[in-house]
Design a binder for this molecule. Structure first.
Ligand code: HEC
Length: 137
């Protein structure tokens, strides 16, 4: 309706028509921008176990994985260890990933990464939740 308004002679109507024109032209772009931003940032919601895994991985009193690894949207990560953002590609086998978190010294005896499972820092259940979370990345 607004789009079909013809230009008239009085300045007020002219302005109204111009505004209408801008709105009509702008709307598709606004819709396009909105859909583009929502599709690029939208990730599926985490399940309960994955949310708990994220908490454990980020908690300083637990995994504190961010001290050494970049993960997801974690604040101020350390860079001592490799990025874990694409761990699904790096270590696609769940049992192998479990072993890394259980005791990284099996792979590298001189690693600075604490043996989370062996040293009872994390339980098997907690490690599994962290894996559930890491595999969403
Ligand atoms: C004190 C630093 C430190 C902390 C804390 C730490 N890591 Fe690591 N991690 C490393 C380093 C360094 C490596 C590189 C390999 C090595 O040293 O053996 C590594 C390697 C890994 C790997 C193997 C990657 C590969 O490609 O071989 C995984 C998986 C991993 N860490 C997961 C975790 C998780 C999950 C946590 C938290 C529960 C964690 N790390 C906490 C330092 C750390």
């Amino acid at each position: 309706m607004l789009c079909n308004r013809s230009l008239t002679t009085t300045p007020f109507k002219y302005l109204a028509a111009l505004l209408g024109l801008v709105l009509c032209l702008g709307a598709p772009y606004a819709a396009l921008a909105a859909s583009a931003s929502s599709s690029s940032s939208a990730k599926p919601a985490l399940t309960k176990a994955q949310r708990e895994g994220k908490k454990l991985a980020f908690a300083r009193s637990k995994g504190n994985c961010l001290a050494c690894h970049e993960i997801d949207d974690g604040d101020m990560p350390g860079t001592v260890g490799p990025k874990l953002s694409d761990v699904r590609q790096m270590i696609p086998k769940r049992s192998v990933l479990f072993k890394h978190i259980w005791d990284e010294t099996q792979f590298n005896p001189r690693t600075p990464m604490p043996p989370f499972g062996k040293d009872l820092i994390l339980s098997k259940k907690e490690i599994n939740k962290i894996i559930d979370y890491l595999y969403t990345q």
